[in-house]
Design a protein around this ligand. Structure first.
Ligand SMILES: *Cc1c(COP(=O)(O)O)cnc(C)c1O
Length: 273
């Protein structure tokens, strides 16, 4: 048994019907909110992808989310990827879904592909735990880490998607590079072999003031646009803006988010972290 702080068996594939129904209903509500906000802001329906943030959740709970229509999941810790990957692969295969497939095109059309991202901090000595299982690492915030992922990916003959994480709020506890460094860092990372720079990521300011939260999101969008329009080598795919969580997803969508990372609104409050 793989436990979470000794309390939860993360690899548990079973989920009670009532719990699965609750997760399903929550996802319907979240997707509805995304569609409404897209519509209100003149964006086309489906432009914003819903990523289920699955930290502390069991394989069974994650599969309930996938059954309800989630096609992108994100883990914070490499240890949780390790604990859940076998169960997720088994259940996805049973449901006719490909988890993090190497070739996306056909699967995407058929909606039979579930993307798997790492969204939490990654220490260099844990790269090997995730490199074969996730398609994108959203939390790359320094060049040395990008180089190390690049070397390992290139050696395996694969391409790892990365997002550059930017600390737009300036809060000290947060990871992410300085906003002023984002352009140069992104362009540098984009040239590395075995990596594909897919966009930028941020965690919204931990405040109640809508204007402050939105300012950070808007700034990230401006940075993304500058990188995308730079014409620098490797930047042509830098289109994603991963921003917005349970409490600020509507603001993020209004500021151009393409991926919202939602945990609490799907699974309920977390007992741990
Ligand atoms: C936990 C987490 C989320 C989701 O947070 P909620 O407030 O539960 O929606 C999103 N992004 C990251 C990086 C997280 O760690």
């Amino acid at each position: 048994m793989v436990s979470y702080m000794g309390h939860i068996d993360l690899s548990n594939q079973n989920v009670e019907a009532q719990r699965a129904a609750q997760i399903h209903d929550n996802i319907v509500t979240v997707m509805d909110k995304i569609r409404v906000t897209e519509h209100q802001t003149g964006r086309s329906s489906g432009e914003v992808k819903l990523l289920a943030a699955t930290k502390t959740r069991t394989v069974g709970e994650i599969m309930a989310a996938i059954d309800a229509g989630v096609r992108l999941i994100g883990e914070n810790r490499p240890q949780e990827v390790t604990a859940k990957i076998a169960g997720l692969q088994t259940l996805c295969a049973q449901h006719g879904l490909a988890l993090n497939p190497k070739s996306h095109d056909e699967a995407k059309v058929m909606n039979t592909c579930v993307g798997f991202h790492l969204i939490g901090q990654l220490q260099a000595n844990k790269i090997n735990k995730v490199i074969d299982h996730v398609g994108t690492i959203e939390s790359v915030d320094n060049f040395q880490l990008a180089e190390r992922i690049s070397r390992r990916a290139a050696a395996r003959g694969l391409t790892m998607g990365i997002l550059l994480e930017v600390n737009e709020s300036g809060e000290e506890a947060k990871s992410g590079c300085e906003p002023d460094d984002a352009f140069e860092l992104a362009c540098k990372m984009a040239t590395l072999p075995g990596l594909e720079l897919q966009g930028l990521m941020t965690i919204g300011a931990h405040v109640d003031d809508e204007a402050i939260i939105r300012k950070g999101f808007a700034h990230l969008r401006t940075a993304r646009d500058a990188i995308l329009q730079s014409g620098e080598q490797g930047t042509a795919g830098c289109s994603e803006l991963s921003m917005g969580m349970t409490h600020d997803m509507e603001y993020a969508i209004r500021e151009g988010s393409t991926i919202v990372r939602v945990g609490t609104a799907i699974f309920g409050p977390r007992a741990f972290i």
